[in-house]
Each structure stands twice: as structure tokens, then as C-alpha cells.
Design a protein around this ligand. Structure first.
Ligand code: ADP
Ligand code: MG
Length: 155
């Protein structure tokens, strides 16, 4: 497990960081994000989607699965938002394992709300608001595959 801390000074810098992460992502990756409302989780994931080659058109909002949106990129992006979730049931209903352990990249906002659903090996991202436009972004690799790809030589 290794961590780095990055400060961004604008939404576009956070998005840029997301793009870098997205470019390095591979099928099966799990990116677990935490941080208060307005911290910048969605902003970072917008960049991540771009880095994965998701086009604006490929945005699919599922009417039934409001906690999950699927985007088609170089590999599929499964964007979870677990804000309103506090137990596993709702996640079980949508068969979340098919996604998280599937062939796409999962980006999960509010991961710590349902910690038991998050694989032990993942890339953790914690975002803190430290000023109007400044954010402290801590990226932690949990598992060798993430450390090698995201933290060893990069940033
Ligand atoms: N450095 C920054 N990084 C990300 N967002 C920022 C930054 N500075 C200001 N913001 C603003 O903070 C908000 C972040 O919103 P959002 O990404 O939806 O947060 P979350 O998904 O964590 O609730 C946006 O309004 C964005 O413009
Ligand atoms: Mg959000």
C-alpha cells in the first residue's frame, strides 16, 4: 500500500488528474472514491471517463439503477454513486458483483458507505476541500497491480 497526495487548484486540474488515471486504467480496475459533497469526486470521474475514451453520446442513465450509470469507452465505465446507500441490499439488487468483478472499470463514489462491497484490492481516492478551489487528493494503491501502474513512476 502506497499513497501520494496531490493538490489541485481548479476543477480542470482535478479533471486532468482524472484523465491521467483513466488513461492508465484497465478492464477490471476498481477506483473507490470518498470525500464530502462537493469535494470533486464526480469532477474527477468526468476526467476518468475522458481518459477511458468515453464520448458524451455514450452516457447511459439507467432509469431503474439510479446508483449506477454505464458509459461505453475503450472499456466500459461503471459509475456508481452510493451517496444514499447505507447497506448492501440495494447493491445486491442490481447484481453489483457482475460489474465490480467484471470486464469494465468501476468508479465508486462514497465507497466507504458500503465498505463491505469494495474489493480489498483497489485504487482509493480521498478528496478533501481545503479552500474554495483547492482540493487535497490522496491516492492510495491497495494491491500490487495498482501500485505498479498508478504510483510507481507516475505523479
Ligand atoms: N480543485 C477542484 N477540484 C474539483 N472541483 C472543484 C475544485 N475547485 C472547485 N470545485 C468545485 O467543487 C464542486 C465539485 O463537485 P462534484 O465533483 O460534483 O463533487 P462530489 O461528486 O464530490 O460531490 C464543483 O462545483 C466544482 O466546480
Ligand atoms: Mg458526486
Amino acid at each position: 500500500m502506497k499513497s501520494i497526495i496531490i493538490h489541485t487548484l481548479s476543477p480542470s486540474e482535478t479533471k486532468e488528474l482524472g484523465i491521467k488515471i483513466g488513461r492508465l486504467c484497465k478492464a477490471g480496475d476498481v477506483i473507490a472514491l470518498d470525500g464530502d459533497l462537493g469535494a470533486g469526486k464526480t469532477c474527477l470521474i468526468q476526467g476518468l471517463a475522458k481518459g477511458l475514451g468515453v464520448s458524451k453520446k455514450s452516457y447511459v442513465r439507467s432509469p431503474t439503477f439510479t446508483i449506477l450509470n454505464v458509459h461505453n469507452g475503450r472499456v466500459p465505465l461503471y459509475h456508481f454513486d452510493l451517496y444514499r446507500l447505507s447497506d448492501l441490499d440495494e447493491l445486491e439488487e442490481i447484481g453489483y458483483r457482475e460489474y465490480i468483478y467484471g470486464e469494465g472499470v468501476s468508479a465508486i463514489e462514497w465507497a466507504s458507505n458500503v465498505e463491505e462491497a469494495i474489493p480489498a484490492e483497489c485504487l482509493r481516492i480521498a478528496i478533501k476541500r481545503v479552500g474554495e478551489d483547492e482540493r487535497e487528493i490522496e491516492i492510495t494503491s491497495k494491491g500490487a497491480k495498482y501500485e505498479g501502474r498508478f504510483l510507481k513512476e507516475w505523479v
